[in-house]
Design a protein around this ligand. Structure first.
Ligand SMILES: *Cc1c(COP(=O)(O)O)cnc(C)c1O
Length: 420
């Protein structure tokens, strides 16, 4: 069956019909840029500038140390965690925004291993299951923790999602998985894998770096055990904004993590020489938070509060379907390979294509204002953020890609920057 050819007019017509289109006005995006990298660093909410100015001048400059109480600085990780929770399918008092994803993963994995080790029925388990294609920091943190604990924990890495069920066996303590793969955009079925973990006596720890704000999530409904994720990607929190950690109410009493700093103490200002973890989610905290950066996370969350993850998902699938269809129609003569699943249920909010000169082509796209990014091996990655990407943007991005490919307007000797 021959697909009907799509025109730019069709794309503009869809923008007129798009209930999310007005939200683009709440972001500051430079003229002449089509930003398809919100999966790596979200765009700036306009409100962030005034918010930063307020935190710096009024809260820090004028109110000084009083702001820990009067401006709510001390409670900010929990208050923002509660604002984020509905996007994750988490309950109130189950999420804090704090530290980095790498650090939160370390805390969560350590706590999960400890929960298993302290239960005589599960203490012999020594396998941590993950995927070889997982984001490297996740694997590095697990390697570091396992070596540090020196109790015989080993990583068992699978090479495809189909191998997971077999790998998560009676010797598995924890499955540590990234819900949407950063490179391919493949989305796991969280409920199916979590329940398989439980049937095998393992715990399910999820990294939501490419899921939070990108796809609807139901952590409690899916029976996940612990989760972590970023706020600077789809949640638009700003460069290096603090990450989040989710500990469901049912696990909080057993959750013990090794970074037992004073912010996780039951009574931090009692200045007690002995550590007693706080009740509830505060025990996931460690030390003093970067308040300026943390405060800006709220600007992104305020935009999410104006819509729903279901509306975002509908548009996300429409944008990614359109991008795939247009690339296949308009760049058909070029050696582009779709890496991202076509099946909606298996797709996050990005589309990845391989090209033998992927790095050079991406540099040429960026030079012409279409900002995506590149990941080894040979993968051009395009992130679609329904809050500020239009259907006409998708058309224009593909036209620029087509022109670059048709005219060979890329430099195959392009030098690699430090961040690709
Ligand atoms: C982006 C990303 C991270 C980033 O971790 P940081 O500690 O913020 O550098 C971690 N895990 C995954 C799966 C990611 O996609």
């Amino acid at each position: 069956m021959k697909a009907t050819m799509i025109s730019r007019h069709d794309c503009s017509a869809r923008d007129l019909d798009d209930p999310l289109a007005p939200l683009r006005q709440q972001f500051d995006l430079p003229q002449g840029v089509i930003y398809l990298d919100g999966n790596s660093l979200g765009a700036r909410p306009k409100a962030a500038l005034a918010r930063a100015q307020h935190v710096i001048t009024a809260e820090w400059g004028t109110d000084l140390i009083r702001s820990w109480n009067t401006a709510g600085w001390f409670d900010l990780p929990k208050r923002l965690g509660d604002r984020l929770a509905p996007l994750l399918g988490a309950g109130a008092g189950e999420v804090v925004i704090t530290d980095t994803t790498s650090v939160n993963l370390f805390k969560a994995l350590a706590a999960a291993l400890q929960m298993q080790a302290s239960d005589p029925a599960h203490a012999a388990r020594h396998i941590i299951v993950s995927e070889r294609s997982n984001f490297p920091t996740d694997l590095y943190m697990a390697q570091g923790l396992a070596a540090w604990l020196d109790r015989g924990y080993q990583l068992r890495l699978v090479d495809s999602p189909e191998e997971l069920a077999q790998a998560i066996a009676a010797d598995c303590a924890v499955a540590m998985l990234t819900h949407v793969n950063y490179r391919t955009g493949y989305q796991h079925d969280m409920a199916v894998i979590s329940s398989h973990c439980h049937a095998q006596g393992a715990l399910a720890l999820w990294d939501l770096a490419h899921s939070a704000g990108a796809v609807p999530l139901d952590l409690n409904g899916a029976g996940a055990d612990l989760a972590v994720g970023c706020t600077y990607k789809y949640l638009n929190g700003g460069p290096g904004s603090p990450a989040f950690i989710w500990v469901p109410a049912e696990h909080q009493a057993r959750f013990r993590q090794p970074l037992s700093g004073w912010w996780g103490h039951a009574t931090p200002f009692a200045m007690d020489p002995g550590y007693t973890p706080a009740d509830g989610i505060a025990r996931a905290l460690c030390g003093t938070q970067p308040i300026v950066s943390l405060a800006l996370v709220e600007c992104g969350l305020e935009i999410f509060a104006q819509t729903s993850m279901e509306a975002i998902r509908r548009k996300s699938l429409a944008l990614t379907d359109l991008f795939i269809a247009l690339v296949e129609q308009r760049c058909a003569s070029h050696p582009l390979g779709l890496v991202t699943p076509r099946e909606h249920a298996r797709r996050g909010s990005q589309v990845s294509f391989t090209h033998p000169h992927g790095y050079a082509v991406m540099q040429a796209l960026i030079a012409r204002g279409v900002i995506g990014d590149y990941r080894e091996p040979a993968i051009m990655r395009f992130g679609f953020t329904p809050l500020y990407t239009s259907f006409a943007d998708v058309w224009d991005a593909v036209e620029i890609l087509r022109d670059i490919l048709d005219t060979l307007a890329y430099d195959i000797a392009a030098k690699r920057d430090a961040v690709t």
